[in-house]
Design a binder for this molecule. Structure first.
Ligand code: PBG
Length: 334
C-alpha cells in the first residue's frame, strides 16, 4: 500500500483535528451504539425478585417476570439482543446436568415469556452444562475427565430444548470438540434451520469468569478448573484454528472471550475470517470497572465507554456486556 507523503511539523499539526468537540466528532473512526450490545442477564427462581450479585455491583438476578420487564427496557433502548443465564436451584443440579433438558427450566420459561411479551428482541441462549451440574463443569464427568462426545450429545438436546422454547441464537460456550456441527445438524433435523449459532469459538480458561460463577451459583461447586477444554491464555494461533473449525461446522457468528485481555485475538480473528465477530466483556472485567468506580478510583462511566470502544476499534461487530443498559442510556442521551 502506498501512503501519501505527509508534510512535517510545523506544516502538520495533529492537534488541529482535536481542537474542539465538534472537530473530534468529525474525525472519529469508530462509534458505539446500542445496536452493538448483547445484554447478559441472570435468572433466578421465584416471582418479583431482584437480587443483587455482590461481586457485580449494579447487576441483579431476576425472576422471569422481572426478566420480561428488563427485556422491554432493553428493546426500548435499542438493544437488539438479550442473553439469559440461569441460577439453577441447588436441588435441581445433578451429575449429568439433566435440568438443562427440562422444557420448563428457567431459560425455557424466560424464552417463552420474553418472546410472548417482547417479540422484537433477539434471545441468545448459552449451551453448556455448568449452571446445571453438581460439579460445576460444562460437560459430563468421568472421574476427573470431561467426556467430549457424550457431552456433545446432551448439548444437542439442550440446544433443541432452547430452540423449541423460542431461542433465536444458540451460543455453545462449552468448548467441546465438534459441537457446532452436531448442534447445527440437530437443529436442522427438527426444522430449526433459521435458528442461528454464535460459537464461543475462542474461549480461554480465564480467572475473569469468577463473578459470573458466583452469579449462577457454580463457583462453590466447581471441582478443579476448566483447562482441559477452555484455551490456554498463552495461545493465539490455536484460537484461529478453533474459530476456523467452528466456521467450517456452520457457525453464523463467532465470539472471543474474555474481552479486553484478548483484543489481539479479536483483531486477528476478524482480519482472518471476516465473520460477524463478537467480544464478551466478561463478569470479571465488569467487576473491576464497577469496583474501581464505586471506590472513586476511576470514572466508571468513562471507563465503560472507553472499554466498549476498544472492542469496536479492535474489529468487533458487537459486544456482550453487563453495561449494556447503562451504556445505551448514556449513548441515547447524547
Ligand atoms: C458457561 C459460561 C461461563 C461464562 C459464560 N458462559 C463461565 C465459564 O465458562 O466458566 C462466563 C461469562 C462471564 O464471566 O461473564 N460455560
Amino acid at each position: 500500500m502506498t501512503r501519501p507523503l505527509t508534510p512535517e511539523f510545523p506544516a502538520i499539526r495533529m492537534r488541529r483535528n482535536r481542537k474542539s468537540d465538534w472537530a473530534r466528532r468529525m474525525v472519529r473512526e469508530t462509534r458505539i451504539s446500542p445496536d452493538d450490545f448483547i445484554w447478559p442477564i441472570f435468572l433466578i427462581d421465584g416471582e418479583n425478585i431482584r437480587q443483587p450479585v455482590p461481586s457485580m455491583p449494579g447487576v441483579e438476578r431476576l425472576s422471569v417476570d422481572q426478566a420480561v420487564i428488563a427485556a422491554k427496557e432493553a428493546r426500548d433502548l435499542g438493544i437488539p439482543c438479550i442473553a439469559p443465564f440461569p441460577n439453577t436451584p441447588a436441588n435441581l443440579r445433578d451429575e449429568n446436568g439433566s435440568e438443562a433438558l427440562n422444557s420448563d427450566n428457567l431459560i425455557c420459561q424466560a424464552c417463552r415469556e420474553i418472546k410472548d411479551a417482547v417479540p422484537d428482541i433477539g434471545i441468545l441462549t448459552d449451551v453448556a452444562l455448568d449452571p446445571y451440574t453438581s460439579h460445576g463443569h460444562d460437560g459430563l464427568l468421568d472421574g476427573d475427565t470431561i467426556l467430549n462426545d457424550e457431552t456433545v450429545e446432551i448439548l444437542c438436546r439442550q440446544a433443541l430444548n432452547q430452540a423449541k422454547a423460542g431461542a433465536d441464537i444458540i451460543a455453545p460456550s462449552d468448548m467441546m470438540d465438534g459441537r457446532i456441527g452436531a448442534i447445527r445438524q440437530a437443529l436442522d433435523s427438527e426444522s430449526f434451520q433459521s435458528v442461528q449459532i454464535m460459537a464461543y469459538a475462542a474461549k480461554f480458561a480465564s480467572c475473569f469468569y469468577g463473578p459470573f460463577r458466583d452469579a449462577v451459583g457454580s463457583e462453590a461447586q466447581l471441582k478443579g478448573d476448566k483447562r482441559t477444554y477452555q484455551m490456554d491464555p498463552g495461545n493465539t494461533d490455536e484460537a484461529l484454528r478453533e474459530v476456523g473449525l467452528d466456521i467450517n461446522e456452520g457457525a453464523d457468528m463467532v465470539m472471543v472471550k474474555p474481552g479486553m485481555p484478548y483484543l489481539d485475538i479479536l483483531h486477528r480473528v476478524k482480519e482472518t475470517y471476516l465473520m460477524p465477530t463478537f467480544a464478551y466483556q466478561v463478569s470479571g472485567e465488569y467487576a473491576m470497572i464497577a469496583a474501581a468506580g464505586q471506590n472513586g478510583w476511576i470514572d466508571q462511566d468513562r471507563a465503560m465507554i472507553e472499554s466498549l470502544q476498544s472492542f469496536k476499534r479492535a474489529g468487533a461487530d458487537g459486544v456482550l456486556t453487563y453495561f449494556a443498559i447503562a451504556a445505551a442510556r448514556m449513548l441515547n442521551d447524547g
